[in-house]
Design a binder for this molecule. Structure first.
Ligand code: ADP
Ligand code: MG
Length: 694
């Protein structure tokens, strides 16, 4: 058993390593850069680079790479070795400050939504010293931001860092008004819970749909799904447990605070949650977590599926983005304390979040929009595509009292009584949990639950930071001129509740009644990705991001283009995979099966007399096979139809209406065929094989 405190961060060039290896002045200059965002001097960078290289080489590294997060949603890296030739035909291991702080990868092959053409290839990566360098697969990885020759952002880190700066500034203005410590800086914190499936690799390899698209395009329901609810929090199987142990250790080495692991609702589904960190670090760490999850799986002859809906009929996988605002002195500004009713500062920050979510439902929805997540949102396992905020009974009652100018009746914390004397007694929480809310207050943070499991959490946090900062900016503008501060704070809270209470919903978000009620309340319900995405570049949103210098108009237009394109490409790949599977394997297999049945019918007719079983089955298989053939033909025709269109939004909508819909029809027929076809003929492992083999 490894010594965990020793293991933790052993592959990270963290503060301890910096202090131990850098001269004092250099360490302090670097600390200034990390903590206060001061520009880094090249001499300092040279010394840091040399120390980093020595450390990395001692830990077996031979290469370095700028590690960045292009708009693909995954990370990118290009490895250079440390070798430098010497006059005597040998090599030295070197790494300069210039190489540390700046890289020039070819930017032309990353999605840029039209910002870059292939001939304008130059892109830059630049070191983000706020996220520690680490070693992965023998390479020193340097977290970097990625932008184009002309300075447009091409990645998910730069805007995130910008948004953190903006909310830090605006929250700082509010804190100052409350007479707080002027030295305190504010950051947002995030803990991203990650769901995933583990599948046996040998079985996975027999499913082209999983290989090409990450989800099953076919598969009739197995006799057992998740209905017994026996998997959720169930005892972890030996093979999975070995995987989880190694995963934890690999993550700990990289400084990722992997904390909680358990089985999830669906068979073969699991979850990992880290201890929260600063948003930037949490984002880097979530990217690393997803990557390491896949790698470790391979070593156990498993495959880790991060798709939002790998299997129809059982739960899909999401990601819960727990988000809060804290000072660097450790004060959580969303902590209500014992008496939230008297905690004006908390109530003001709470009001800011409520107003932000209500005013920017579209943006939050978009931050959780993808072809994969469309299968999940609004199914019975995830919140619908409607934004709402869960506050729980206590906070709702406090806000109601403020709105109506009535005294607040404190909800008493009851004693928990299990009815058994030996159980320790404790005070119950004042409110129950609500697992159905897309945006739930959970004690001292908000949990945004709409995200899909494969997402980078960057986009959601850029949006959360920006929209809340924008409201805080508004509040600060008003309060900075106030002559009766407390009274004016109360007025703002009251106004906010009155105007934005429609977004507060403590009931069951999964119910049909809520969809109706939300409509009456005037809340947005953007059901699909193509429906949601165009809202991204509304004049309001362009003004919002422009005001806070997060994105320019052209950067937003380009991001929209990337999102639309990615949606269309995903569905296109799925449709092509489906065509191939049906034409090359499913139809021929069914044809063989029917034909063998016919031979059996003839044989029987000549001997014991025609068999009803073979007759009926042969007919059924034939009818369904023909139906599948015709549906697939229609799918192919509709795919050709895309070529007539040029506008990105129109194309995405077309894929949704005319391709995805026909794919769903084809699946329905194919699944009926699977149900009646002899297992020895069916070309693919069944859902039962996939979900219950580990
Ligand atoms: P649950 O979802 O079951 O309520 P927890 O309450 O343990 O789970 O927390 C879930 C996640 O929230 C964890 O990753 C945790 O670190 C994170 N978290 C806790 N406090 C904060 C905070 N102040 N800011 C951001 N994330 C937080
Ligand atoms: Mg959670």
């Amino acid at each position: 058993m490894a010594n965990i405190p020793e293991l933790f961060g052993s592959f990270v060039f963290n503060d301890t390593e910096m202090q131990a290896r850098l001269p004092k002045e250099v360490y302090e200059a670097l600390k200034h850069t990390i903590d206060d965002g001061e520009a880094l001097d090249l001499n300092v960078a040279n010394e840091v680079a040399a120390a980093m290289k020595d450390w990395a080489v001692e830990h077996g590294a031979t290469h370095y790479t700028h590690w960045f997060q292009p708009m693909t949603g995954i990370t990118a890296e290009k490895h250079d070795s440390f070798i430098v030739p010497t006059a005597d035909g040998k090599v030295l291991m070197e790494f300069s400050g210039k190489e540390l702080i700046k890289g020039e990868p070819d930017a032309s092959s990353f999605p840029s939504g039209g910002l870059r053409s292939t001939f304008e290839a130059r892109g830059y990566t630049s070191w983000d010293p706020t996220s520690y360098a680490f070693i992965k697969d023998g390479s020193l990885c340097i977290p970097t931001a990625f932008y184009s020759y002309s300075g447009e952002v091409l990645d998910k880190k730069t805007p995130l860092l910008r948004s953190m700066k903006v909310i830090s500034h605006q929250a700082g203005r509010i804190l100052k008004l409350f007479g707080e410590d002027l030295d305190a800086t504010v950051t947002t914190t995030v803990g991203a819970e990650q769901e995933y499936f583990l599948i046996d690799k040998d079985i996975y390899e027999k499913r082209p749909d999983l290989i090409f698209t990450g989800r099953t395009l076919f598969g009739c329901k197995p006799p057992k799904g998740q209905e017994l609810e026996d998997h959720y929090f169930g005892a972890i199987k030996t093979r999975v447990s070995a995987y989880m142990k190694e995963l934890d250790e690999e993550l700990w080495k990289l400084g990722v605070l992997a904390k909680t692991k358990h089985n999830e609702a669906a068979p073969s589904q699991h979850e990992l949650a880290p201890i929260f960190a600063t948003t930037n670090i949490a984002t880097d760490h979530n990217q690393l977590t997803m990557e390491v999850m896949k790698k470790v799986a391979e070593r156990h002859n498993l495959v880790c599926l991060l798709h939002e809906k790998p299997f129809l009929g059982v739960n899909g996988s999401g990601k819960h983005n727990n988000w809060s605002i804290s000072t660097n002195t450790g004060v959580n500004l969303l902590n209500p304390g014992k008496y939230p009713e008297n905690n004006l500062r908390f109530l003001l920050f709470l009001a800011a979040v409520i107003k932000a979510v209500d005013e920017h439902q579209d943006l939050l929805r978009i931050s959780a929009a993808s072809a994969g997540n469309d299968h999940r949102l609004g199914a019975s396992e995830a919140p619908p595509a409607i934004m709402s905020v869960f506050l729980g009974d206590e906070l709702t009652a406090i806000l109601e009292a403020i709105e109506t100018d009535t005294p607040y009746q404190k909800i008493k914390k009851e004693k928990m009584d299990g009815g058994v004397d030996v159980l320790p007694q404790f005070r119950k929480d004042t409110t129950d949990r609500n697992r159905t809310s897309p945006f739930a207050f959970t004690g001292n943070k908000f949990e945004f639950r709409m995200l899909g499991s494969a997402f980078s959490i960057s986009c959601s946090n850029i949006i959360l930071n920006t929209i809340v900062a924008d409201v805080l900016c508004d509040f600060a503008d008003r309060l900075e001129n106030s002559s009766d501060f407390e009274n004016d704070v109360m007025t703002i809270i009251k106004e906010t509740v009155t105007k934005h209470k429609r977004i507060i919903f403590n009931g069951n978000n999964y119910s049909d009644e809520w969809v109706e009620e939300a409509k009456e309340r005037g809340l947005l319900n953007l059901k699909t990705t193509p429906e949601a995405l165009p809202h991204y570049i509304s004049e309001e949103n362009i003004a919002l991001f422009g005001k806070h210098k997060i994105y320019s108009r052209s950067e937003m237009e380009s991001r929209l283009e990337v999102l639309l394109e990615s949606y269309s490409k995903v569905i296109n790949i799925e449709a092509l995979t489906m065509l191939e599977m049906v034409r090359k394997e499913i139809l021929p297999a069914c044809s063989r099966f029917a034909s063998d049945l016919c031979v059996a019918i003839q044989n029987k007719a000549a001997t014991v007399g025609a068999g009803a079983y073979e007759m009926e089955l042969a007919k059924k298989v034939t009818v369904l096979t023909d139906e599948l053939y015709h549906t697939i033909h229609r799918l192919d025709e509709n795919l050709q139809g895309v070529k007539q269109l040029t506008d990105g939004a129109e194309i995405a909508q077309y894929y949704c209406d005319h391709v995805l819909s026909v794919m769903n029809e084809a699946r329905l027929v194919a699944d009926q065929l699977e149900e009646v076809t002899d297992k020895t003929y069916w070309p693919y492992p069944s859902y039962g094989d996939l979900l219950f083999s580990v």
